[in-house]
Design a protein around this ligand. Sequence first.
Ligand code: IMP
Ligand code: MG
Length: 183
Amino acid sequence: MNSEMERDILKVLVTEEQLRRRVEELGEALYERFRGQRPLFLGVLKGSFVFMADLVRACQLKSDIEFIAVSSYENATVSSGRVKINHDLQQDITGRHLILVEDILDSGNTLAFLKEYFLAKGAASITLVTLLDKPARRTKAVTADLAGFTVPDEFVVGYGLDYAQQYRNIPYIGVLKPEVYAG
Ligand code: IMP
Ligand code: MG
């Protein structure tokens, strides 16, 4: 832990090596599930961008890749409960099998909203893959089909996850020092 950024990290929760191995397993599981089909990987920006890049390379299926950008946090560490679409789908998803890729499943607000939204747009199925699952704070009945790691009720950053748009480029998952967001 040397960089200026890393001085704000209290502890490492998931190492780079653990991430690499687990993403490999998730990719293989998806390969088995979707063999012979052509699913659409749909990443939820911005948080999923690092996970998405590794996951699609760990899953050598013929597939398509799409992103949607939403926000609900407004630079706080607790969800406002509202979900806003900042960048919408750029293609028709009617009849498509979606692999919805998220960084973290927390309250469930974002994914409850997005599942409804994609079904209304005609998706044939939605397989929810989240890198991290934080079940302690769930308020919506959403469960992941595949989850990388279950994390405790702490605010985590890195590997795509941010606090106030920072720390996304830390290569592991770390817990932020509380004084960083308290101050
Ligand atoms: P939910 O709608 O409460 O499930 O929250 C989902 C979104 O909140 C995620 O996609 C993240 O962007 C953000 N989020 C929730 N918990 C954390 C965290 O511990 N660190 C960083 N972002 C988080
Ligand atoms: Mg975020």
